[in-house]
Design a protein around this ligand. Structure first.
Ligand code: NAP
Ligand code: ZN
Ligand code: ZN
Length: 348
C-alpha cells in the first residue's frame, strides 16, 4: 500500500483538514502518479458540503490532477516513468456498455467511477481525489500531458476544460455563430477561450460588473450585466448558443429568452435546486436545453492536444493546501481569477 497525505472533508460543515490514508498497490495496468498540481472545482465544494446529497466522508476532493509518473504496472503501454500525466473526473467505467464503446464513458450505463466521493470498481474502497500527494489509476483513464506546458495552468483543463470544450463541440460552434457564456468562473472562462478559438462571436453574461475587462481580455467582444434588465432586453433572441456555467440556483427562462431560432442552452452548471423553465420561452424559436457532463477519455485527450497546439491554458491563482478553506469561501464570492490550483508541494 502507498502512504498518502491529503486534505479531506470529514463532514459537510467543518473545514477540510489533513488526512493520511493508503492508496492501493500498483496493479499490472495501473499508473502511479506523484501529484504536482490539483485544480479546485466548484463541484469539490458542492460535494464536500453535501449540496448534492449522499456525500461520503472522509472525502478527499480534487479532480483536476496533473503530475509525474513514478511507477507503472508491468502491462502498462501508454506511460513510462517520468511522463507527465493527468487525471480528471473519472477513473473507471464498465468499459463494455454501448456508451463506453462509443468513447462516451462519462455516460456509462452502470455509472462512472468518480475520482472521489464514491466507491472504486471493487465496490469497497472509497475513491479519493487529488488534494493528495499521489494517485493510482488504470492507464485507460489517465491522460497524456505535454511537459512543455505550464502545468499548474493545465490542471483545470482536466475538468473545467473538457466540460466546456465537449458541449461547444457537440453544438458545432464555429465562425459566424453568436455564443453567450453565462457565469464567468472556472468553467465559464474556459468556455470563452474555446468558443473564441472556434471562431465564434462571444459575449459574457455575468452578475459581476467588475469582470468586463477580463471578459474582453479572454477574447469576448461583448459583455452584458445580467442584473440590468434593459441591457438583457437588447439581446432578446440574439444568441445561437448559450453555455450556462452558473454554480448557484437560477432561472433558465431568463437565458432561454436570449436564444435565436433553434438556439441551444448548454447546461453544465450544477446547482442543487431544480431550475424553472417557462414552456412559452422554450417553444418560441424552437429552443432547446441540453445538458452535458465532462467528456469521454478520447475527447479529453483531443482537447488537451488542441490546447497544446493553440497554447490554451487556464488563468490560475496558485494556493497552498493549507489555504483551501479560504479558497472555498472566495470561490463562493466569485473572487477567483479564474481557477484556484493547489501546489501539492505544500502538502509534503
Ligand atoms: P465557479 O468558478 O465558482 O464559477 C461559477 C460562476 O457562476 C461565478 O463565477 C459567477 O459568475 C456565477 N454565479 C455564482 N452565483 C451566481 C448566482 N447566484 N446567479 C448567477 N450567477 C452566479 O464554478 P465552476 O467551478 O466554474 O463550476 C460551475 C458549475 O459547473 C458548478 O455548479 C459545478 O459543479 C458545475 N460543473 C459541472 C460539470 C459537468 O460535467 N457538467 C463539471 C464541472 C463543474 P459571474 O460572476 O460571472 O456571474
Ligand atoms: Zn470539476
Ligand atoms: Zn459503461
Amino acid at each position: 500500500m502507498i502512504a498518502t497525505k491529503s486534505y479531506a472533508a470529514y463532514n459537510a460543515i467543518t473545514p477540510l483538514k489533513p488526512y493520511n490514508f493508503e492508496r492501493r498497490n500498483v496493479g499490472e495496468y495501473d499508473v502511479h502518479i506523484e501529484i504536482l498540481y490539483c485544480g479546485v472545482c466548484h463541484s469539490d465544494l458542492h460535494q464536500a458540503r453535501n449540496e448534492w446529497g449522499e456525500s461520503m466522508y472522509p472525502m478527499v476532493p480534487g479532480h483536476e490532477i496533473v503530475g509525474k509518473v513514478v511507477s507503472v504496472g508491468n502491462k502498462v503501454t501508454k506511460f513510462k516513468m517520468n511522463d507527465t500525466a493527468g487525471v480528471g473526473v473519472m477513473i473507471d467505467s464498465c468499459r463494455t456498455c454501448k456508451n463506453c464503446k462509443k468513447n462516451l464513458e462519462q455516460y456509462c450505463i452502470e455509472g462512472i467511477t468518480g475520482t472521489y466521493n464514491g466507491y472504486e470498481r471493487d465496490g469497497k474502497t472509497i475513491a479519493q481525489g487529488g488534494y493528495s500527494t499521489n494517485i493510482v489509476v488504470d492507464e485507460k483513464y489517465v491522460l497524456k500531458i505535454s511537459s512543455t506546458l505550464n502545468l499548474k495552468a493545465v490542471a483545470p483543463l482536466l475538468c473545467a476544460g473538457i466540460t466546456t470544450y465537449s458541449p461547444l463541440k457537440y453544438a458545432g460552434v464555429k465562425k459566424g455563430m453568436k455564443v453567450g457564456v453565462v457565469g464567468l468562473g472556472g468553467l465559464g472562462h474556459m468556455g470563452v477561450k474555446f468558443a473564441v478559438s472556434f471562431g465564434a462571436e462571444v459575449t459574457v453574461l455575468s452578475t459581476s460588473a467588475n469582470k468586463e475587462a477580463d471578459a474582453m481580455q479572454l477574447g469576448a467582444t461583448k459583455f452584458v450585466l445580467t442584473t440590468d434588465k434593459a441591457a438583457m432586453k437588447k439581446y432578446d433572441s440574439y444568441f445561437d448558443i448559450i453555455l450556462d456555467a452558473i454554480s448557484a440556483n437560477h432561472d433558465f427562462t431568463k437565458y432561454l429568452n436570449l436564444l435565436d431560432l433553434d438556439g441551444k442552452l448548454l447546461v453544465v452548471g450544477l446547482p442543487s435546486e431544480e431550475p424553472k423553465v417557462k414552456p412559452f420561452s422554450l417553444i418560441k424559436n424552437r429552443r432547446s436545453v441540453i445538458g452535458s457532463m465532462i467528456g469521454g477519455i478520447k475527447e479529453t485527450q483531443e482537447m488537451l492536444d488542441y490546447c497544446t497546439e493553440k497554447n490554451i491554458v487556464s488563468d490560475v491563482e496558485l494556493i497552498n493546501m493549507q489555504n483551501i478553506n479560504e479558497a472555498y469561501e472566495r470561490m463562493l464570492k466569485g473572487d477567483v481569477k479564474y481557477r484556484f490550483v493547489i501546489d501539492i508541494a505544500s502538502l509534503h
